[in-house]
Write a protein that binds this ligand. Structure first.
Ligand code: SF4
Ligand code: SF4
Length: 367
C-alpha cells in the first residue's frame, strides 16, 4: 500500500541528542547515515518537537543530503500551533520550508483526543489536510491518537479518508486504562487502517528495566531490553511501522541490528514479556513518557518529566534517586512546589496524568 516504505522500523525525531540546549547535529547526522545505510527510510517529526528544532535538524542531516525519493518523511499538524482555519496553510508551508521538502509523505493530525478533535473539526483541519493531499503536497493522511476506543471509532467513522493511525502501543499499556492500546488497535483493525506504533518502549522505560525485570530478558541469551519491546509491537498483524525516538548513535545501531532482519517474538520470548509485565505492574510508577508536551505550556518551566523520573527511581528502590533529583534541580532551577496550579500541563498531557497532584507528592517526598 505504501510502497516507498522499506522496512517496519522508523526514526522518531522527538528525542534527538542535545548539547547545551541545541540539537547535536554531528551525532544526528551519524545516526541518520547509519539508519539509511541499514536499509531503513522512515522518519517522523512535528513542528513542536524539541521546541521547533526537530524539523530544521532533519533538513540539515537528512533532506539536504539524500535524494527526496530515498526517504519517507512524516510531519504533523499540532493543535497547539493554530487557533483558526486560516492559520493552517501558512503553518503547513512553514513546515515544508523548515524540513526543506516540497511535500510530506504522510501528514498526521497530531495527538487527537476528544477535546483536540473538536478543535480540529471547528477549524476544518481535516478538510484543509484533504485539500493539501489533492494538491500533491501531502501523499497520505492520518492521525496520531491519545484517547479511548470510542473517540477513535468516532474519528474513523467521520473521516474514512484517513489512511493510517498512530497509536501508543507497548506491552505494558495493552490493557492500561489511560491508554487502552489493545482496544484502540482492535478499532483500527476493524476499520482496516494500518497502525504506526509510537512509544513502543514507553518513553524509554521499557528500554532500561529495573534489575529484576532485566534479568528475565538477559536470561534469554541476547538482545537489549528495548529489542523485546520493539519486536513485541512490530509482531502484531496490521502494524506497518514501529517508531523509536532515538537519542544517540548506540540506540540506532542496536535498533537497526535486530530490526534489519525482523523476527517476531517466539513463545518463550512472549512468556518472558508477560513475566516482565507482571514485575513492572507491581511497582508504583508514574506513567510519564517524557514527551515534554507539558513543559511546552508550563508558565513556571517546571521540569515535570525529570521530577517524575526521580519519583519513579525512588519507587523502584534505585539508590541514585536523590543524586538524580539534586542534578535536576541544579540544571533546571525549578522545584515541584513552584507549580502555580494553572492546569495547562494536564490539558496537554497525552497520558492524562494528574500532574498537579503528582507534583504535590514529589514536593512532599523531596523538598
Ligand atoms: S499546573 Fe503547575 S506544572 Fe502544570 S502548567 Fe501550571 S504551573 Fe506548570
Ligand atoms: S507528564 Fe504527560 S505531557 Fe508531561 S512529559 Fe510526562 S507524559 Fe508527557
Amino acid at each position: 500500500m505504501f510502497e516507498k516504505i522499506q522496512k517496519n522500523f522508523g526514526f522518531g525525531a522527538m528525542r534527538l541528542p542535545m548539547v547545551n540546549g541545541r540539537v547535536d547535529l554531528e551525532q544526528t547526522t551519524q545516526m541518520v547515515d547509519h539508519f539509511m545505510a541499514s536499509g531503513f527510510n522512515y522518519f517522523d517529526t512535528a513542528h513542536m518537537y524539541l521546541d521547533g528544532q526537530s524539523e530544521p535538524a532533519l533538513k540539515h542531516c537528512l533532506t539536504s543530503r539524500y535524494p527526496r525519493e530515498s526517504f519517507v518523511l512524516t510531519n504533523k499538524l499540532s493543535g497547539s500551533c493554530f487557533e483558526f482555519e486560516e492559520q493552517i496553510r501558512p503553518l503547513f508551508q512553514s513546515q515544508l520550508e523548515a524540513c526543506g521538502v516540497e511535500y510530506f509523505d504522510f501528514y498526521l493530525m497530531h495527538s487527537q483526543t476528544r477535546r483536540i478533535f473538536q478543535k480540529f473539526q471547528d477549524c476544518h483541519a481535516y478538510e484543509v489536510a484533504m485539500e493539501l493531499k489533492k494538491e500533491g503536497k501531502v501523499k497520505h493522511l492520518g492521525f496520531s491518537f491519545h484517547d479511548g476506543p470510542e473517540v477513535l471509532e468516532q474519528i474513523l467513522t467521520k473521516y474514512p479518508e484517513m489512511e493510517v493511525v498512530q497509536l501508543q502501543f507497548n506491552y505494558l499499556d495493552m490493557e492500561a486504562l489511560n491508554v487502552q492500546s489493545r482496544a484502540c488497535y482492535e478499532v483500527c483493525r476493524r476499520h482496516n487502517k494500518p497502525v504506526i506504533v509510537m512509544e513502543p518502549v514507553k518513553g524509554g522505560k521499557l528500554a532500561q528495566l529495573p534489575p529484576k525485570a532485566h534479568e528475565i530478558f538477559a536470561g534469554l541469551g541476547g538482545g537489549s531490553d528495548a529489542s523485546y519491546a520493539v519486536r513485541y509491537a512490530a509482531g502484531y498483524e496490521g502494524v506497518m511501522m514501529v517508531l523509536s525516538g532515538m537519542s544517540n548513535l548506540a540506540m540506532v545501531q542496536d535498533n537497526c541490528g535486530y530490526m534489519q532482519d525482523f523476527q517476531k517474538l517466539n513463545s518463550r520470548e512472549l512468556e518472558a514479556v508477560a513475566e516482565v509485565c507482571r514485575i513492572l505492574k507491581q511497582q508504583e510508577q508514574i506513567e510519564c513518557t517524557s514527551c515534554r508536551y507539558c513543559t511546552e505550556v508550563c508558565p513556571q518551566q517546571i521540569p515535570i518529566p525529570e521530577l517524575f523520573g526521580c519519583m519513579n527511581k525512588m519507587n523502584q528502590g534505585d539508590p541514585a534517586y536523590m543524586a538524580e533529583y539534586q542534578k535536576v534541580i541544579a540544571e533546571k532551577g525549578k522545584k515541584a512546589s513552584q507549580c502555580v496550579g494553572c492546569g495547562a500541563c494536564e490539558k496537554a498531557c497525552p497520558q492524562h496524568l494528574p500532574i498537579r497532584k503528582l507534583l504535590r507528592t514529589v514536593a512532599e517526598e523531596f523538598e
